[in-house]
Design a protein around this ligand. Structure first.
Ligand code: GSH
Length: 220
């Protein structure tokens, strides 16, 4: 039995769901309420000490980190291959996945918090004490600092400016990969396409689609 700890708005969860669908696997969702901080509960932290989703539980095995979960599913359930055959192709996919973990995820997250989540957090934790308690629960020290900034400064946060510059650089890189193929690596759908798609959708939902206005390969 496969269980996925998830929330509908989570980009990392969306890529795992995409893989599960491609593989035709049956699975059960376990909803985690990120808005109420359920992800910081002791039960959740036992499964993922980072206090985040997604978490995949496959029988007894607990797998964390969305890119890692996608690769795990591809190896364990090879019926529909989502990695290229060649070592070079697989290496190219892994390089692209690494870029997400290095900064794309946190950059898109910076924009999401600064533009879309900021007001909700400010309303929900509407006294300095409540906000402090919410921030204090976040296990990662860097995230504690950046989240405070997004709530206090919104898009004026210097981290958001850096994030947008880095996102544009990633989009340009993807655009060059899409010149000769509708797929990022080779001529078939791979984990790279699946992993990037929720971030592009999120940027679109944040009305940031203008960032790729001059990148024609996207529209193909
Ligand atoms: N590198 C992790 C990032 C996980 C992550 O940041 N998940 C978000 C949802 S997409 C989350 O749980 N956020 C809740 C929080 O940080 O409070 C992965 O790819 O799984």
């Amino acid at each position: 039995m496969i269980q996925l700890y998830e929330a509908p708005m989570s980009t990392c969860t969306q890529k795992v769901r995409f893989v599960l669908e491609q593989k035709g696997l049956s699975w059960e969702g376990v909803s985690v309420d990120l808005h109420s901080g359920e992800n910081f509960s002791p039960e959740h932290m036992k499964l993922n000490p980072k206090g985040v989703i997604p978490i995949l539980v496959d029988d007894e095995d607990v797998i964390i980190e969305s890119n890692n979960i996608c690769q795990y599913l591809d190896e364990k359930y090879p019926q529909v291959a989502l990695m290229p055959n060649s070592p070079k192709g697989r290496s190219d996919v892994r390089t692209l996945l690494q870029l997400i973990d290095e900064h794309l995820h946190s950059d898109v997250s910076a924009c999401t918090y600064a533009i879309a989540f900021r007001d909700r957090i400010a309303k929900q934790y509407n006294t300095p004490e409540k906000l402090k308690a919410y921030i204090a629960e976040i296990p990662d020290a860097g995230k504690r600092l950046s989240r405070s900034d997004y709530v206090a400064m919104g898009i004026e946060s210097p981290a958001v400016h850096t994030a947008v510059i880095r996102i544009v650089a990633v989009l340009r890189r993807l655009e060059s990969l899409l010149q000769n193929s509708p797929y990022l690596v080779g001529d078939q759908l791979t984990l790279a396409d699946i992993a990037y798609s929720p971030y592009i959708t999120r940027l679109d939902h944040l009305s940031m689609g203008g960032l790729w206005e001059d990148m024609p390969a996207w529209t193909k």
